[in-house]
Design a protein around this ligand. Structure first.
Ligand code: ADP
Ligand code: MG
Length: 321
């Protein structure tokens, strides 16, 4: 980047920056100086979105700014961490003011909601790629891990699953014209990280993971880390009205393996479920029990007609716990 280009870019990023009291020094020096609260662990996660792989080169930059931060905040949510800071490494093919302005707007709108301050980053020229690292705080003894689930625990998921996966499937099928129902595509382009729910699950859930690769794949990770298996009742999956409207009959794949849901999947001791439901209701968070954890390894799907299977439907990959 030339000096003038860099000055211009920096102005955009300084604009994206709130002012947290724990940021002693933000963008502009060689490092940021940050003060972590005593007694809490720093939860750190990084994710990269690459053009052509994770999004289309001509994707709306406003959505990209949102999604790049949202997928990272979702990881903090899955640990029960309170978000605080972010860094941004951006590789740009050229300096396009309009693109940058929109990208920063999308990023900043979500950052403000979660009181996240952008404290630094790096900008280079090359094929479009976005890397964000987030930092949050959590009690080290109570952080939600993948590994705490026990046989007998109930399995729950937040929000609705499958909307983003179905949006992607419909987009890929669309040969010409027509557009995908905005209620679905919005879930793909502008996911909602379940930060408040993650905080509420601290000290409650025995294990948690965010659903980024698809419900079954991420359940597999939780089960493997916890040394348990799972039984999932498909009739109990939370599906949105738009999903029910557009998903072809008897197709379970978008809900089970679509990915990009960014909901929280978590386990809970059976005797905590009523209290949790009350707290969620009070906080306006929707959660749905979809099954239970068992000591037999592997994932069993229970179809609405009572049939049981350990294979993903629609000829999709086989899976094991
Ligand atoms: P250095 O060469 O010392 O790494 P840079 O010239 O890369 O410094 O960056 C100068 C300042 O601008 C640093 O504080 C850096 O964190 C910040 N910065 C650079 N790119 C970004 C970006 N994409 N987002 C946020 N801050 C950035
Ligand atoms: Mg640098």
């Amino acid at each position: 980047m030339s000096v003038s280009e860099f000055d211009l870019i920096r102005d955009f990023f300084v604009r994206a920056t709130g002012a947290r009291a724990d940021v002693l020094l933000g963008i502009g020096d060689d490092c940021a100086l940050l003060r972590a609260p005593p007694g809490l662990a720093l939860a750190v996660s990084v994710d990269t979105l690459v053009a052509g792989r994770h999004f289309l080169v001509d994707a709306d930059p406003l959505d990209l700014g949102h999604k790049a931060l949202a997928v990272n905040l979702s990881d903090l949510a899955a640990m029960g961490a309170q978000p605080a800071w972010a860094t941004l490494a951006l590789t740009l093919p050229q300096v396009d003011k309009n693109w940058l302005r929109a990208f920063v707007d999308g990023f900043a709108a979500l950052a403000v909601i979660h009181d996240v301050q952008l404290v630094g980053g790096d900008t280079t020229r090359g094929p479009l790629s976005i890397t964000i690292q987030v930092h949050g705080f959590v009690d080290p003894l109570l952080a939600l891990r993948r590994s705490g689930a026990r046989a007998g625990d109930r399995l729950l998921v937040s929000g609705t699953v499958g909307d983003a996966g179905l949006a992607l499937q419909l987009m890929q099928q669309q040969l010409r014209g027509g557009s995908v129902d905005g209620r679905l595509s919005r879930r793909l382009d502008r996911p909602t990280p379940r930060v408040a729910l993650g905080r509420l699950l601290v000290g409650q859930a025995s294990a948690a993971i965010d659903v980024s690769d698809g419900l079954i794949a991420d359940l597999g990770h939780l089960c493997a880390a916890s040394g348990v298996g799972a039984r999932v009742e498909l009739a109990r999956l939370p599906l949105s009205p738009a999903f029910r409207e557009h998903c072809p009959p008897r197709q379970w794949r978008p809900a089970l393996a679509g990915g990009d849901d960014y909901e929280l999947l978590f386990s809970l001791a059976a005797d905590r479920i009523e209290a949790l439901r009350d707290r969620c209701r009070g906080a306006g968070e929707s959660v749905q029990e979809i099954g239970r954890l068992v000591d037999v390894p592997g994932i069993t799907l229970i179809y609405p007609d009572g049939r049981e299977s350990t294979e993903i439907p629609d000829g999709f990959d086989h899976f094991r716990g």
